[in-house]
Design a protein around this ligand. Sequence first.
Ligand code: AMP
Ligand code: ZN
Ligand code: FE
Ligand code: FE
Length: 281
Amino acid sequence: MNDFRADLHIHSNYSDGSCSPEELMIEVKNRGLQGLSITDHDTIAAYDEAVPLANKYDLLLLSGVEFSATRKGESVHILGYSFSLKSHSLRALCARHRQRRVERNIKIIEKLKKLGYEIDPRPFLAEDDNHKTWGRPHIAQALIEQGVVSSIQEAFDQYLAEGKKAYDPGEPILVEETIEAIHKAGGYAILAHPHLIKRERFVRELLQLDFDGIEGYYARLPSNQEQKWIRLAKERGWIITGGSDYHGSVKPYSQLGSSWVDETTFRILYDHFCSTQSLTD
Ligand code: AMP
Ligand code: ZN
Ligand code: FE
Ligand code: FE
């Protein structure tokens, strides 16, 4: 099957995407893809719903997650793939992030209050919500509803982006411990969208760590820029993953399937996923 394509970077409404797992599967089908991974921020909660849906829609679903990590105060996103969905260490890391996000959201909302914008904190306390994660795009949406800003981008540019007045990083969870939890769960740890990391030296430092791969194909990244990451991954014998970072209407400029991996790469990841499924650690 030469036209096999799998989008390995997709957000559902279990984090800050706008589509339910079923809406995602329908869109994946409509775009003619055969495989996918749902990589929500710091949660694998979508999989309870997504696993039976993948059967229904005859799609290959690979376990995935996008963890928020920190190194020397800088934010680093790490994709995990092929891990066991039953892993205790991976679920424990998700639970830790859940607590981190509640505390962080409260701090961001307090900072906004000091700036004169009152947001109802209740949805951001993550109670009784099926383990969905709440983050800055949701707070941005609340600011739009209050008429403070007119777009999510404006909310980030004015208040929520790193270094802005209402930004708060939350408790740091380190890159190393994130890689370790993914490995304990039998999975592969992949450095997400490395082109978004500004400092070249910092990237070089990250590339010394125990990653298994790099996200080389990303959304609308021009192919000449992709080549740099593909070369670096090949030098190390690492896996090269790819995906659209689809968020639905939250980031309408990135279409599902705009980046993908071929059958050979998908098979490596998927066969490994099949072999880790009984692992609980
Ligand atoms: P959080 O998980 O709360 O840290 O929020 C991360 C999400 O916010 C990701 O989906 C990013 O795409 C989005 N985001 C981060 N920085 C920016 C920015 N400067 N402008 C727009 N969106 C951003
Ligand atoms: Zn996101
Ligand atoms: Fe990311
Ligand atoms: Fe993402």
